[in-house]
Design a protein around this ligand. Sequence first.
Ligand code: PMP
Length: 384
Amino acid sequence: MNSLYAAMGPTIFEQMSRLAAEKGAVNLGQGYPEDDGPLDIREVAARAIIEGPNQYPPSRGLPELREAAAEHYRMHQGLDLDWRTQVTITSGGTEALAAAMLAFIEPGDEVVLFEPFYDVYLPMVRRAGGVPRVVRLQPPLWAFERETLAAAFSDKTRLVIINTPHNPASSVMSRAELELVAEFCRAHDAICVSDEVWEHVLFDDAQHISMLEVMPERTLKVGSAGKMFSFTGWKVGLACGAPEIIEVFSKAHQYLTFTTAPNLQRAVAYGLTKPRSYFEAMRASFQHGRVRLVSALEGEGFVALPVRGAYFVTIDLAASGIVMSDVDFTKHAIAQGVAVIPYAPFYASPGAPPLIRLCFSKRDETLDRGADALARAKRSAPKF
Ligand code: PMP
């Protein structure tokens, strides 16, 4: 068996979900909206199943969806994409990431990652034979220095993975940060995998800028209909980039899943044509949850980090007067009735800061019960 997977224990998410189910805890851990996305999109999917065809769509995706994706990104992000050569549909953002690692990494290549990172990146990089080089982002703004980036790049760097808006940190990369990464990619002949699955989940004045706009010639942009329409179970991903990049990427995709359910593709094609007001309303509903949860927690003396994008808020345990590690506090919180996510699994190197991630795309009642349980956990936490 492959040693990477054979040596891997159950993830912290599985452990926490199991404990949460045993204790009947409120789940502010896993990142999904409690209410399903738009009914009209679901109806298109349902009709498409009945009317068919239900046979293999083209490996790169239904033309109508690829066209809709190109048009969507033209309207929302000013990107100029030829749907025939620059868009491939995958089985979720996750498959796009896996196909990208397989397509772009040769064993021994170095891959620059920003820590904390979405937990799937590291095993995917390692399994593809990549050697991770980690740049640590500094809270509360999750910034990075030019020197740190320079130290992570070498002659062997072939790939860089960025994530904006960021899960778990809820930060959004600025144009200057994207340009800095692009400068290093160009200087080192590296490709950038830009995980933009949270592109529509933005707060306050945060703006999403796609790396594909900044560095069109060497970026693979990853999007996810699951995040755009609150259907996390659908697993329809959008991979976009220069024709040469999409060409090789699509070969890896072809031998992973080959294609994705045609009814869901048709429904997402319909969804992508929704007007700006749909995306504004979605953001407003997440904003409601954010304000409700964050103000309840701040009222209890918790210190929250800024939220710019993605429906998560990070709580700084030390600043909140809690002297436990993130993993210990998470176990303690479950016993008090609420599941949250510790930051530890988002770090590769030791010394992760004591932070926890909470998901606020939940109903008011769930958020209120979660906040009450967290307040109990804070009050009953050991004081030294
Ligand atoms: N990247 C990030 C940063 C994510 O948060 C997620 C989902 N949690 C994914 C990728 C995976 O997207 P999908 O569900 O479409 O596979």
